[in-house]
Structures are given as C-alpha cells and as structure tokens.
Design a protein around this ligand. Structure first.
Ligand SMILES: CC(C)(COP(=O)(O)OP(=O)(O)OC[C@H]1O[C@@H](n2cnc3c(N)ncnc32)[C@H](O)[C@@H]1OP(=O)(O)O)[C@@H](O)C(=O)NCCC(=O)NCCS
Length: 200
C-alpha cells in the first residue's frame, strides 16, 4: 500500500536533531499501551479547564474497529528503535468529494499528536513533521487507489488547525452544523504535494 519511504525523518524538538520514524498499523494493543495510557496521563492538572476535543479519542477502540475492516485504516507514527508512538490517524477509503460527490476520496476521520507536541505542557518537547507525514500517507494511498490523491476531512474549527491543512493544499468547502469545516485536498494540490516530496 505504501508509496511513502519506509522511514520518515522528524525533528526532535528537545534535541534539535532529526530522528527516524516509521508509519505502522495501529493495533488495539499498541494503541492502548502507547497512546491511551500514555499521551494524556498526568496532564489533567496542567491543562486549561476545557480539554481539547481529541483528549478523549479512544484510540484502542478505534484500532479494534479498523482491524479486519476493508474500509477503515488506523495507523501510528513510531520512533524507530523505541515503542513510542507520536501520532495516530484513522481514515477511511469509502468517501466522496465535497466539491463533486461523484468523485471518490479517502477521508481522514481523526488525526492527532500527543499534547507534548502541541505546546500543552510548558516543556518544549515532541516532534515536528508527524501530522504532515500521516496526512501524506492518506494522500499517497488515495493516489495509489486511482483517486488522484483526493482527501477529504472535517476539521476542528480552530484557526491553527485550519491553517495546518491549508498549508498542505486543502481548500475549505463549507461549515457543518457542529462548526466543523469541510476541507478537501483536490488532485492538483495532492499531486503537487506528492511531487514536492519526490513520491510521484
Ligand atoms: C493538527 C495536528 C495533527 C498537526 O500535527 P503536527 O505533528 O503538529 O504537524 P507537523 O509537525 O507536521 O506540522 C506543524 C508545523 O511544523 C512544521 N514542520 C514539520 N516538519 C518540520 C521539521 N522537520 N522541522 C521544522 N518544522 C517542521 C510544519 O511545516 C508545520 O508548519 P506549517 O503548517 O506552517 O507548514 C496536531 O497539531 C494535533 O494533534 N492537533 C490536535 C488534534 C487536532 O486538531 N487534530 C485535527 C483534527 S481535524
């Protein structure tokens, strides 16, 4: 399935060095042990009263649902030589374009990095490049499936999040009743990103 290279290079913020990582299938066991029990453990007291939306995303349960499914794919980013998982994504292959519903697309349902990577703790920790590499994987998979790299998602309505997707070529389509923003990476933008990364 993968068009991406085996290894992905991430910036380790605390050391300023690059580290090697790989995209892995997220099994329920890995998700439980290395995400659900780790990412938000001990962080409650330091967080603002209102938790970010992804605070309660149940990765082990999501990975269990994806396991054996033809349509849902749950992957994680693992730092090579460790058990650490520094990002996770759930996407599905049976979606349609927002702009032209007869065109098929991959849909990113959930994408997250740990709070340590997002300025939610005082220390400057975590990695850069995780979200981009996971998103690129969904794009490459769409391209391999003959969908031109088209990817759709419903983004949390935070300027920083929307900008993250815009910077990767996504266009906004419309706003849903719950405030989420429908966004789409169209084939022209997808392919120019894949080309920039040397993948096509
Ligand atoms: C949105 C989210 C997934 C982004 O993931 P991320 O790992 O922080 O994203 P990246 O590190 O790939 O990109 C963030 C910035 O770091 C930069 N970056 C990436 N690799 C880098 C590197 N090696 N060196 C320096 N900077 C780098 C990127 O260019 C990007 O900046 P830009 O958008 O101005 O180009 C993450 O912030 C998150 O989990 N948010 C909370 C949950 C959420 O909102 N999920 C989305 C639901 S719709």
């Amino acid at each position: 399935m993968a068009l991406l290279p085996d290894k992905v290079s991430l910036l380790d913020v605390s050391s300023g060095r690059n580290v090697s990582a790989k995209i892995i299938e997220l099994t329920p066991g890995l998700a439980r042990t290395h995400i659900d029990r780790i990412w938000w453990h001990d962080f409650d007291a330091r967080l603002p009263e209102k938790f970010p939306e992804d605070r309660n995303w149940p990765w082990a349960m999501l990975a269990a649902r994806a396991e054996g499914s033809q349509d849902f794919i749950c992957i994680g980013m693992n730092i090579v030589g460790t058990k650490e998982i520094c990002g996770a994504m759930l996407y599905q292959t049976g979606a349609a374009s927002f702009f032209n519903p007869t065109d098929l697309a991959n849909e990113v349902m959930l994408l997250a990095t740990p709070p340590t990577s997002r300025g939610l703790v005082p220390a400057n920790l975590g990695y850069r490049g995780v979200g981009s590499a996971l998103l690129l994987q969904a794009t490459a998979h769409s391209y391999i499936r003959g969908l031109g790299g088209r990817v759709v998602l419903r983004a949390i309505s935070k300027e920083r999040t929307i900008q993250f997707y815009r910077n990767r070529g996504f266009d906004s389509h419309s706003t849903e009743s719950d405030g989420k923003i429908r966004m789409e990476l169209r084939p022209e933008s997808a392919q120019s990103w894949l080309q920039k990364e040397g993948l096509v």
